[in-house]
Design a protein around this ligand. Structure first.
Ligand code: APR
Ligand code: PHB
Length: 389
């Protein structure tokens, strides 16, 4: 088999770059380890920056998002029993779109089907070779048969546990990581959201987040110890703990119901440099992971894909390889800034086992400053709605 760009990974990053390249007449093949059903069953954050919304529209997959998504012009922070709103629109002139990542992935798969794009699912033993030559290739097994795709370029969109990043020689790769000493227990419930905007709560019992997917599908999280397990959290305990971490007005308004999904996820910050090695280009979770606090995971994948698709389209248009050559530096510049924001908001809103009395007072002082300072709120809002591409 042969294609122009072989895309390893059929999550949002792989599908989005595939769709943008297809619309520019560039041939791709997507290789996805899991079944489509498995990929579409993943529950992930759904806060979309305008940059991502524009990219989806350019890719021809923005219609359902524009119909069914919710525009949020601000968010609520809660601490010490008080709550205050940060007005993104007033402070930055911009807002965010709330539309589940599962829906984004579903729309991207539907678009790829319509475009007749080749997507191979449930493949094994993917290996990327020859990226330091002009003739790279991707080998893999499908139904036990060894197969090989020759290509011009490889887009490594296979997430944190994929093979792409590890294809870059260890002696060349620089990795930066912070593993947080807690996780998030998340619940999806078919109940009306407690508030029409998201609520991030700092509480002495731990962080809590109130989010949503639509008017009758709510998404809630509470911070839990790393060694905690879902088995120890019957719905009743979850709802009691969530209420305990929210200001009274909000706790009283909470509508509870049976969980339709419940899971615990660890939190980490991770960045690998460089994001390019020869004809291999990493994008999305393959190159970086952010704690979900700032809802930047999908939005960082989007800016990577914006830069990468622009560079590949320029190459095939005969406009040279300048954008390919500065892809890694350009993508990493935004990745580091969004990672700083995600780390900073995580540090502000969570209880750390070792933070001590001084660390506790630092959180309280920063939250108090944030509550009363337009400059502080503008800084948070600018990062939350998305830094420029
Ligand atoms: N070969 C082929 N596919 C693979 C391999 C492999 N060796 N390893 C992993 N994959 C697939 C995974 O099954 C997954 O579907 O690559 C895909 C990577 O998708 P994501 O992990 O969702 O990463 P990405 O597409 O970059 O999207 C980033 O997803 O994880 C969230 O919070 C993250 O919102 C962010 C978004
Ligand atoms: C979610 O809706 O799952 C969500 C929203 C915002 C976040 C994290 C998760 O910061």
């Amino acid at each position: 088999m042969r294609t122009q760009v072989c895309i390893v990974g059929g999550g949002p990053s792989g599908l989005l770059v595939g769709q943008l390249l297809h619309r520019a007449g560039i041939d791709t093949i997507v290789l996805e380890r899991r079944s489509r059903a498995h990929v579409l069953a993943r529950i992930r954050a759904g806060v979309l920056e305008d940059g991502l919304c524009d990219l989806l529209r350019r890719a021809g997959v923005g219609d359902r998002m524009d119909r069914e998504g919710f525009r949020h012009t601000g968010t609520v922070l809660a601490a010490a029993g008080r709550e205050f709103r940060i007005d993104f629109q007033a402070l930055t002139g911009r807002s965010v779109m709330v539309y589940g990542q599962t829906e984004v992935t579903h729309d991207l798969y539907a678009a790829r089907d319509e475009a007749g794009g080749t997507t191979l699912h449930e493949i094994d033993d993917v290996a990327i070779e020859g990226v330091d030559t002009a003739a790279p290739a991707v080998t893999f097994r499908q139904n036990g048969a060894a197969r090989r795709i020759a290509c011009d370029f490889v887009a490594g969109c296979d997430g944190f546990h994929g093979v792409s990043r590890r294809t870059i020689p260890r002696a060349v790769r620089r990795e930066y990581e912070r593993v947080y000493p807690f996780g998030w227990l998340g619940v999806l419930s078919e109940t009306p959201p407690v508030n029409d905007e998201l609520i991030y709560a700092n509480h002495e019992r731990g962080f809590a987040l109130c989010s949503m997917r639509h008017e009758n599908l709510s998404r809630y999280y509470v911070q839990v110890p790393l060694d905690d397990s879902v088995a120890g959290w019957p719905d009743s305990r979850f709802w009691d703990e969530l209420r305990a971490r929210l200001p009274a007005r909000i706790a009283e308004a909470l509508v509870t119901g049976p969980s339709v999904e419940k899971s615990i996820a660890p939190l980490r910050s991770f960045i690998a440099e460089p994001m390019r090695w020869g004809r291999l280009f990493l994008a999305g979770d393959a190159a970086h992971i952010v704690p979900p606090t700032g809802a930047k995971g999908l939005n960082l994948a989007a800016s990577d894909i914006h830069y990468l698709s622009e560079a590949l389209i320029a190459h095939y248009a005969g406009d040279g390889d300048g954008l390919l050559d500065n892809y890694s530096d350009r993508a990493l510049a935004r990745v580091w800034k969004a990672s700083r924001f995600s780390w900073s908001l995580t540090t502000l809103m969570h209880r750390f086992p070792d933070q001590g009395a001084f660390g506790q007072r630092m959180q309280e002082a920063e939250l108090n400053w944030l509550e009363h300072s337009t400059a502080a709120q503008t800084a948070l809002a600018e990062n939350y709605v998305g830094l420029p591409y």
